[in-house]
Each structure stands twice: as C-alpha cells, then as structure tokens.
Design a binder for this molecule. Structure first.
Ligand code: AMP
Length: 226
C-alpha cells in the first residue's frame, strides 16, 4: 500500500487480541511503517538483564502495569532514539498508551513536534475468543513473532519459522495472570477511548480472528492515509 501522509498509529486491544500479529502484517503491507511494542521492548530488557528489565519483570510476572511515568519516559526516549519525534516519521505503537495518563504524556511529547497521534484503532475481539486463543499462543521471544497452534502454527512444531529457534509460552499467559491483565485492560479502555474520540482519531475494527480483522484494519489505514 502506498501512503501519502505520515502515519502515527496506536493499536488498542486486549492482551491476546492479536496486536502483535496484526502489527507484523501491517508492517509487511505498509513499507514506511515501523513499530514499537512496549511488551517486546520490556521483555528484551529482561532478557538483557538491564536495570529497566529488573524493574519490569516484577510487574510483568504479576500481570500488572508498570508505572505511567516510567513507561512514558521509556517510550519518549525510544521515539527520540529512533528519530521519530518529528512530523515526517510514520510509526505504530503496540501496547502503549494503556492508560489515560500515558496518553496525556504521549500527547504532550508529540505535540511539541507537531506530530500527534492521528489514528487509534481498537481491536474488538470477544473476551471468550481471547481466553480460548491464549492457551494456544507461542512466541519467538527475540523477535516478538507470535504463533497460534490452531490458527497460525509454525512450519516446524514449536520452532520459529525464520530462525528455527525454539518458541516459548509467555509466563504471564497463565490463566490467573492473564485474567488480571484482561480485567486491567477493560478498566482502562473507556477513558482512553473517550480521550481519542474527542480528538476525532478513534476507530474500531471487530472480528474473531486476525484473518478477519486484518483486512478491516488495512482498509481503515488506507482510507485515512492514501
Ligand atoms: P504486552 O506484551 O503488551 O501484553 O505487555 C506485557 C506486559 O508488559 C504487560 O502486562 C505490562 O506488565 C507491561 N507493559 C507493556 N506495555 C505497558 C504499558 N504501556 N504500561 C504499563 N505496562 C506495560
């Protein structure tokens, strides 16, 4: 797809709603788009055993959100490092902002560069579908590639298609922690939605699988930017 305007896109979706999968598919279809996934960012920091990783691991294990200020600073510095804090860059944020405070902080830091978020898409997947899906989710941790044993299995069982490295199940995908994460998401969703609705940049796509949701997402992006 050829886009004519810079895309500054946020994907909002419950854990397990397919944000990771849809992000990868979108990046393949829209060459000028790059993404930051805060979950992947934090998991890589944990793997590196960095200071950020040591703060993050306790929260992630319990399924809790990291403090807003910490996350806002992390994302802001990541945007800066990648030289995306300008009004020419196109990017997608997956997993951030997750609270109204994070959205407000993001807004402040983008506003000074005349680069506010110009599209927010909520991925609306029924919770019962998500719960069923999550037990089949396996990931390639270094890249963030996500597989579903039922819908999108790896070519070789439990191995990443690209590197052949082993896949893992995320420790925070166990039923107890997952419930905390899912409840947390729905608690934050309404104020976030309202925030972006007021700015006139909010849209929603619904469906039970990423194969159903993806074409709808692509259409929303195409309509807005090409
Ligand atoms: P995810 O891979 O997006 O499901 O994120 C995994 C975990 O990382 C979450 O359950 C949180 O503990 C943490 N995390 C990721 N993004 C954020 C965020 N924007 N705010 C706070 N915590 C986050």
């Amino acid at each position: 797809m050829t886009v004519l305007k810079p895309i500054r896109l946020v994907l909002l979706g419950a854990p397990g709603s397919g944000k990771g999968t849809l992000t990868s598919r979108l990046l393949k279809n829209v060459p000028q788009l790059s993404a930051i996934s805060t979950g992947d960012l934090l998991r890589n920091e944990i793997a590196k055993k960095s200071e950020i990783g040591s703060v993050a691991s306790g929260y992630i294990k319990k399924g809790q959100l990291l403090p807003d200020k910490f996350m806002a600073e992390l994302v802001s510095s990541e945007l800066g490092n990648r030289q995306w804090l300008n009004n020419k860059a196109s990017f997608l944020l997956d997993g951030f902002p997750r609270t109204i405070n994070q959205a407000t902080e993001l807004d402040k830091s983008l506003q000074t560069h005349d680069a506010n978020i110009n599209l927010v898409v909520e991925l609306n997947v029924p919770p019962e579908v998500i719960l069923q899906r999550i037990s089949n989710r396996w990931v390639h941790q270094p890249s963030g590639r996500v597989y579903n044993l039922q819908y999108s299995p790896p070519k070789v069982p439990f191995k990443d298609d690209v590197t052949g490295e082993p896949l893992i199940q995320r420790p925070d995908d166990n039923p107890e922690t997952f419930k905390v994460r899912l409840d947390g998401y729905f608690k934050q969703l309404e104020p976030l939605k309202e925030f972006y609705q007021k700015k006139g940049v909010f849209d929603v796509v619904s469906g039970e699988t990423s194969d159903i949701v993806f074409p709808k997402l692509l259409e929303v992006v195409e309509k807005k930017f090409s």
